[in-house]
Design a binder for this molecule. Sequence first.
Ligand SMILES: [Zn+2]
Length: 469
Amino acid sequence: MRLRFFGAAGEVTGSCTLLETSRARVLIDFGMHQGGPHAESRNMRVPPFRARDIDAVVLTHAHIDHSGRLPMLAHEEFRGRIHATPASVELCDILLRDSAHIQEADAERLNRKRRPHGRTRSAAALYGASDVERVMQQFTATGYGEAVGVAPGVTVTYHDAGHILGSAWVELTAEDTDASGRPVTRRLVFSGDIGPYDAPLLRDPAPPPACDALILESTYGDRDHKDLDATIEELARILRSARTPKGKVLIPSFAVGRTQQLIYFIGGLLRDGKLEPTRAYIDSPMATEATSLYRRHRELFDDDAWKLINSGETCLHFDGLKFTRTPDESRAINAMGGGVIVISASGMCTGGRILHHLRHGLPREETHVVFVGYQGEGTLGRRIVDREPRVRVMGEPVDVRATIHTLGGFSAHAGQSDLVRWATPALESGPRLILNHGEDRQRAALAGVIKERFGVEATLPWFKDIVEL
Ligand SMILES: [Zn+2]
């Protein structure tokens, strides 16, 4: 049997690994390439395998860089099942619909631009809403700990990865025959994305078993994150200092995961008396939908969250928090005086309602903009973080007089120490180790640490590489 790497090989997006045995073909994740000038064209390129030859897809979690190309399978004659945890299925429904909407809007905008220049070839979206609807019919929900046969000789069990709601690492058992025709069975572990230990709301990642091969992510393979408690204290200081008659706080935030954590943290600061009662708005339809989904799946929350729930508190709400619905409600926030916190998407300011808040707020000295996540190269968020004095927002030049803060301690990913801590039970069994989902510097650093501690040599595959098992 062999693994073929068609994404997230020496990079952090486009997750896609194909397992081939003599009897089955199983795809693990089919994510989008994101960021960088070539991402779009790489997504357009038809993958070098025939979708109709794939028996099943095994999805680790709903993030677009792991799930974003699944709707393309709908028009590529893939007729198999897509396996995912119940929360991942529901999150995919939200994220893939949004992805289709963004692509259709982008293609339309490009075509409007091209038409006056007489270009004949029109831009096309990778997929549309109807493809998402079709592909959602092919999902099969499987809970943590349930072994499910996904293809001839291939069984899969999901385990909690502690990364986002419903995220999983995959224990996969594959039966095949070796060169001399003898039956072989291999146990593989695909980490997907592993969350940090002691993260809010979610449980710590479950430990992996001894295995024949470990395919391990390496996003932060070269470093540890800043201390989370210190980061929350810093957030509290910023929120307190912004409480002036005209002071407003804008927090661009990823709709899924980060927004829910922020609600949890701010609620905690209020409960602990570290913050005066405040007005706060979640101003993103997708964040509102995702928050409802988190609330519906509180069976996935960790012990700390349950202690709170059992004491009669709510994890994902606090007095003064409002979820805006209509664009009019969103615009009304601009007219409000000070003492308001606005949490809005997108996290890197590439679209969404955060844009009109920035256009309104960036020129004012009383505004504080707090960045709580990574800002990709070339995004508006990155330009603001880099302290450009003037930026373009919604096509208009805007002077930046607001105070800009960057909080580096929030992460949905395990840092180097947590990755090694998680992988230890598997590494001690001396598996074949393959590092993916990390840039070359990050995965090389992780490979070095693991070699030194466990004596296990890592394979670092590139796009289209084949690893025989
Ligand atoms: Zn992820």
